[in-house]
Design a protein around this ligand. Sequence first.
Ligand SMILES: C[S@@+](CC[C@H](N)C(=O)[O-])C[C@H]1O[C@@H](n2cnc3c(N)ncnc32)[C@H](O)[C@@H]1O
Length: 208
Amino acid sequence: MNETRTAVQLDQEAAVRRELEDFYRDGKPPWDCGVTPPELVALVEGPEPLTPGRALELGCGTGTNAVYLARHGWRVAAVDLVERAVLQAREKVLAADAEVTVLCADATRLDEVGLPGPYDLFFDLSCFCGIPPHRRDAYAAGLTERAAPGALLLMFGYGPGAWDDPISGVTADELRDRFAGWDLIDVTPGTNPVPTFWFTLRRSSGAE
Ligand SMILES: C[S@@+](CC[C@H](N)C(=O)[O-])C[C@H]1O[C@@H](n2cnc3c(N)ncnc32)[C@H](O)[C@@H]1O
């Protein structure tokens, strides 16, 4: 895709990347709790568990949830923008004797890496909500192109205003607008002290 980005947009992308790299350079980032969230566990092991298939995790960090999915029979690929995160994720995969393809890649530029899919499950724990707005349609398009019929996207996101910066945050309305060909089938507020949400989207049946 031919990209024309303004200087402001390039600055925004560089600033986000720098901030993320700093978190991993400074040690264990605050979000890296090593625990798989119950919302993902419910999908995988709940009363009506999904049939294991192919999963893609966007913004996998150090790989806790990619390993969890692999251990539960999923064929997993996972991407993160930050190399230090990817290296740690690969170590976690090795230590777990799991099989996960972990790539250092931008979730808004999946065409640049060899992850054609199709995927039955996409998992995003707080990645999309931090992506600069001008890259979010490309994220949605990348998932849409790689979605198997009826694929699910389970996404956790911070609401706008949760952080003191102008770009972070996601709303249900934004997801409805950006994810053409998907149905937003569930929105459950998170339990954090700031506004957070668990969103579930399903690739519409009959969508091309
Ligand atoms: C808040 S952290 C959460 C990490 C992981 N999901 C977890 O819960 O431990 C967001 C992650 O998304 C990654 N990320 C942000 N923007 C990204 C992008 N455009 N493509 C891939 N990864 C991205 C960051 O490097 C970071 O590891």
